[in-house]
Ligand binder design. Structure first.
Ligand code: MG
Length: 342
């Protein structure tokens, strides 16, 4: 808060881009004192926190709140999203999820059958991920004080060797596990009532099995799930934290035609919107093809591709090479252009 006390929270502060980074930097890290150069500091700001020494392995802990609107959308719903989002934050840390918690805040008047559908979806997604919800909490707020439902899920997993989002080296390859922008553009298409021949679907899915396959197939040196702020925000975080440059090639980035169609129509880049069933993976140059091959054998990774490489030039920056040979910086967006995306 400013001295005058006039600064107020805006929607963009929760949108996963530069504005949220400022909130975390100026208000969270300034207040909470658990900072360390070691491995359990709040200031590591990775997808999950690590706690060493659990029977020789490392515990990974993460938490995420979900307020997506609408509650049900093509390809998913808030329940599937709440489970997948937390599972994926554990999975990109190189952890196998053990269990989740689920804490819901519900608005008075929500139909019980809507709640049942959300719970059913959470249960199905847990089964898909092979991991249970083991504790939870329910609160109800008076009508009008919250918009229908918010779900917080926390998750714990174990890793033999956690995979940070900045441990890669120059020469390592940058892989995406599939097409980019599906979740964000599907929500935009659905909300705006845009009609195309192809109805877009969100990619919301738990990635723990897929990312274990990737870890087993090669030397994985970095992972991140490009959620809010999309591929652009995810890559910029990785470049910033590693102090290395990341070069990606426009022609190699897999994007569905209808995603490009919505993007062209509304003028929002598919690089800047959320993915909820994709990961960015860095792998050593000698094993990157093996990782991609293994990913492609799985339905969730069938469109996996090497899209670029880690470089020493332009540390902290992401360079996009266009198909005609141009080069430009791919900046992190101020925030995901679509509110309440997850
Ligand atoms: Mg994440």
């Amino acid at each position: 808060m400013t001295a005058e006390g006039k600064e107020k929270i805006k929607v963009i502060h929760g949108a996963g881009g530069k504005a949220m980074d400022e909130l975390i930097g100026n208000h969270v890290l300034n207040t909470f004192t658990n900072k360390s150069a070691g491995k359990i500091g709040l200031d590591n700001l990775d997808d999950g926190a690590t706690i060493e020494g659990y029977a020789g392995r490392t515990l990974v802990l993460t938490t995420d709140s979900h307020v997506v609107s609408p509650l049900f959308f093509p390809g998913g719903d808030i329940g599937r999203l709440a489970v997948s989002g937390t599972v994926n934050d554990l999975a990109v840390m190189g952890a196998d999820p053990l269990a989740l918690t689920s804490s819901i805040i519900v608005e008075e008047g929500l139909e019980m059958n809507v709640l049942d559908r959300i719970f059913q979806s959470m249960e199905e997604t847990c089964r898909e991920a092979g991991m249970p919800i083991i504790t939870g909490d329910t609160k109800v707020m008076e009508r009008g004080n919250i918009d229908r439902i918010a779900i917080n899920t926390a998750g714990v997993g174990v890793a033999d060797e956690p995979v940070p989002d900045s441990g890669f080296s120059p020469g390592d390859k940058i892989i995406v596990t599939g097409t980019i922008g599906d979740h964000g553009m599907a929500l935009i298409q659905f909300r705006e009532g845009l009609t195309f021949k192809t109805k877009l679907k969100s990619d919301t899915a738990p990635l723990n099995h897929l990312l274990k396959i990737a870890r087993d197939a090669g030397d994985v040196t970095g992972m991140k799930d490009p959620t809010r702020g999309g591929l652009a925000a995810g890559l910029n975080e990785m470049a910033d934290k590693s102090h290395l440059g990341l070069t990606i090639h426009e022609g190699k980035i897999p994007i569905k035609d209808p995603v490009m169609g919505v993007s062209d129509l509304i003028g929002i880049s598919p690089y800047n919107v959320a993915n909820e069933g994709k990961a960015i993976i860095m792998a050593s140059p000698g094993t990157a093809e093996d990782v991609v091959g293994a990913l492609r054998d799985n339905p969730l990774g069938k469109d996996a591709k090497i899209i670029g490489e880690v470089t020493e030039e332009r540390p902290g920056k992401v360079i996009l090479e266009t198909e005609v040979g141009g080069r430009r910086f791919l900046d992190a967006p101020l925030g995901d252009p679509v509110p309440r995306i997850c």
